[in-house]
Write a protein that binds this ligand. Structure first.
Ligand code: NAI
Length: 504
């Protein structure tokens, strides 16, 4: 089914942050838009707000004044819900409450024509249960925008059990015509993004709780090595801990307490204390005026390092070799199992085992594990961890070598999977399970995570680049180290490895 014609009337109900943004997107795409809110004056106020925002774009030269007037002229407030009967598409963005939304849908069903599509912007409610009991449940779908809707590209098109696939396709094409990047998904808790993103927060929270490093260091690793725009602590401070914690709890409960989604006690503490992040002036960081932002911990070494030996392939970390050569380090290559030797130190990419355990099991003296980087050719920082028996002199040599390659080095406690590797492995694992359960295709899941939460790489394509066998081993070792369900590898990951296939 093609996209809705631009002349079709779009109705948006709820003129809060999301409703106003969605109304703006639809009006910008050329639709006559009617905005309704049961708070008197709220819709007109929201339209004024959109007008002011468009005005700022005009000032910056990003929009011409005529276009601004045309967009605003297409936006009309509705005084009463009865004025919405001629809609082709209704998108509701009212309060996140199942009974209230159901009541509204029943009212709309009685009011609108039988071919009007009823879409919900809900981020956590089941589309299946929103549609249940209606005369035409097939026309109820999710159209999940991200905040702020005019700027964020992703729209999840969510189908419940009864949703008509032709209407899902129509919404998909419509979102595309509005300049968005839609993905199809099934009505399952968290849909794609709010489900697959959980480990991004959960692993950093756990690392902090277990004393692996402080917030500033973990955030710096996620940014400078992982390539994420923000680390989990600065991001949750921005989102608001009340909101982020509530989403985690709702996904955890919806999956019957699956430990993969277990909420964090240290985040609950922040919520209990009212330290909600930027909006309350304090979260993991202090936002009071004049408060100093803590610096990430870094190691510095003045050991002199001129050469190193690479045994076998370093796998995903292989670009380090070129980087070292370009820095003037003499790199000797030998056969082997993926180790980098410098002086007395042996460096290796983490495989999810504790450094001390691996040193003992593999007979490696002075072992220094390195963390994952999105791109070892460009990363600005790398995490390391050391076995208990690793000498300080050996660690110094390892640090000096990485410094020669232009890397800042941050040390974590001896913790399995370090920071970036365990996070990316868990993101990929969640993505794999979502594919296995038909929530989305691998391509759509990667697209959703890039367009919805700005990940530098889709988690499944990223796992392919790391090597699925490496990701599987990391998860198995994490599961063994913690003895927890949380790290159990997805059946799909095992299957791909067994079949020698990649996700993408
Ligand atoms: P909001 O609180 O800013 O706005 C909700 C608006 O709906 C208010 O203006 C309220 O007066 C109005 N409203 C409430 N009940 C109504 C009813 N029965 N009839 C008409 N109007 C009614 O909320 P926000 O943040 O815009 O969220 C709206 C929806 O979008 C929720 O379902 C939420 O889960 C979802 N969502 C929110 C995102 C966010 O980041 N805030 C992101 C994606 C989805």
């Amino acid at each position: 089914m093609p996209a809705l014609n631009a002349s079709a009337t779009v109705v948006v109900i709820g003129a809060g942050a999301m409703g106003a943004g969605i109304a703006q997107v639809a009006a910008q795409a050329g639709h006559p838009v009617r905005l309704y809110d049961n708070r008197a004056g709220a819709a007109a106020q929201a339209i004024d707000g959109i007008d002011r925002q468009l005005g700022r774009l005009v000032e910056k030269g990003k929009l011409d004044a005529e276009a601004r007037s045309a967009i605003v002229a297409r936006l009309q407030p509705a005084e009463a819900i009865e004025a919405l009967a001629d809609a082709s598409l209704v998108i509701e963005a009212i309060v996140e409450n199942l009974e209230v939304k159901r009541g509204l849908l029943r009212q709309l069903e009685a009011l609108c024509s039988a071919d009007c599509i009823l879409a919900s912007n809900t981020s956590s409610l089941s589309i299946t249960s929103l549609a249940a009991g209606l005369q035409h449940p097939g026309r109820v779908l999710g159209m999940h925008f991200f905040n702020p809707a005019p700027l964020m590209a992703l729209v999840e098109i969510v189908s419940g059990l009864a949703s008509d696939p032709a209407l899902a396709q129509c919404l998909y094409e419509t979102a595309k015509a509005w300049g968005k990047q839609p993905v199809h998904t099934k009505s399952t808790p968290g849909f794609i993004v709010n489900r697959v993103a959980r480990p991004f927060y959960a692993e950093s929270l756990r690392l902090l709780q277990e004393g692996a490093a402080d917030c500033a260091t973990l955030d710096a690793l996620m940014r400078d090595a992982g390539g994420f725009r923000m680390g989990a602590f600065e991001l949750t401070d921005l989102i608001g801990h009340d909101v982020n914690y509530a989403v985690t709890c709702s996904v955890f409960d919806a999956y019957y307490g699956d430990f993969r989604f277990q909420p964090s006690l240290i985040q609950k503490e922040l919520v209990d204390a009212g330290r909600l992040g930027r909006k309350s002036g304090r979260g993991f960081y202090d936002y009071a005026e004049g408060a100093e932002r803590p610096h990430p911990a870094e190691l510095a070494s003045d050991a002199s390092v001129e050469s190193c030996v690479v045994e076998g392939s370093l796998g995903v970390a292989e670009p380090l070799v070129q980087r070292l050569r370009e820095a003037g380090v003499n790199v000797v290559r030998r056969d082997g199992t993926g180790l980098l030797r410098v002086g007395d130190a042996v460096l290796a990419l983490s495989d999810g085992r504790l450094a001390s355990q691996r040193a003992r099991e593999d007979g490696l003296a002075n072992l220094v594990l390195i963390d994952l980087a999105l791109d070892y050719a460009k990363a600005a920082r790398l995490g390391i961890s050391c076995a208990a028996a690793t000498s300080e002199a050996a660690r110094d040599q390892a640090v000096a070598l990485l410094q020669r390659a232009g890397l800042k080095v941050s040390q974590l406690a001896d913790i399995p999977g370090l920071a970036v590797l365990r996070t990316v492995a868990m993101l990929a694992n969640e993505g794999a399970d979502a594919v296995l359960q038909g929530v989305g295709t691998a391509a759509d899941i990667d697209l959703a995570m890039r367009a919805g939460v700005n990940y530098p790489q889709g988690p499944l394509a990223w796992a392919d680049a790391i090597g699925l066998a490496v990701v599987l081993r990391t998860l198995e070792n994490l599961q063994a180290a913690y003895g927890e369900e949380r790290y159990r590898p997805s059946l799909l990951l095992r299957r791909q490895v067994a079949e020698g296939r990649n996700f993408r």
